[in-house]
Design a protein around this ligand. Structure first.
Ligand SMILES: [Ca+2]
Ligand SMILES: [Ca+2]
Length: 205
């Protein structure tokens, strides 16, 4: 009887320790992305297959995932991984975006890069009742080829644990800059309509 009690006590201690450890781990990661896109699939104007692809690899989406940090529970992190991210573009404007819907609203986290560097470090457009632009930090990391947005959850109306972000989607676009005076049409695009996987994200905190 005594042995059984000790075994039960040890099981409880192990479960408590496990749940404490899980609380400090960032949810969502590169190994389990919400979106896994195909590579070498950038298209001319978004519609026509393109070959070769080497000159557009900086807008080729590899994957995208959401994550959170138990020590910063007021933020939602959204990360977009490219095949070969450059923080400076050659001549064109590069647009990077992750979008999702939550509570009837659509949200788009965006970063724009220009030939001279970052044009917009990051912002979120909330398309609920008309567009609302909110600044949020966009972090570029050329080593990991990732852009990460640090989205204050208050922009989304302070969602709580267990609520779900749906219609997750990512998109990149190369087009002429405003300064060029050329038509601002979309020249090269990668969208995740053809992704291998697209999943919802359940908020952890
Ligand atoms: Ca791609
Ligand atoms: Ca794609």
């Amino acid at each position: 009887m005594k042995r059984k009690r000790i075994a039960l006590l040890m099981c409880i201690l192990m479960l408590v320790s496990l749940s404490l450890n899980m609380g400090s781990v960032m949810a969502g990661d590169e190994e389990h992305p919400e979106i896994e896109d195909r590579t070498r699939d950038v298209r001319f104007t978004g519609y026509f297959p393109l070959w070769p692809q080497f000159f557009v690899k900086h807008i080729d989406i590899v994957s995208a995932w959401f994550h959170e940090d138990s020590e910063n529970p007021d933020y939602l992190y959204a990360t977009l991984k490219l095949r070969d991210l450059n923080s400076v573009t050659d001549t064109l404007e590069a647009i990077y975006m992750i979008s999702w819907t939550y509570n009837g609203g659509t949200y788009e986290a965006i970063v724009k890069l220009h030939p001279e560097g970052i044009a917009y470090g990051g912002y979120v457009i909330s398309i609920n009742d008309g567009e609302r632009h909110e600044y949020c930090e966009g972090i570029l990391d050329e080593e990991t080829n990732c852009i990460t947005w640090k989205v204050p959850k208050e922009i989304l109306g302070d969602p709580t644990s267990g609520e779900v972000l749906t219609n997750t989607f990512a998109y990149t676009d190369l087009r002429c800059t405003e300064e060029s005076g050329l038509p601002r049409i979309d020249l090269f695009k990668d969208l995740t309509w053809n992704a291998k996987t697209t999943q919802d994200y359940t908020l952890q905190y």
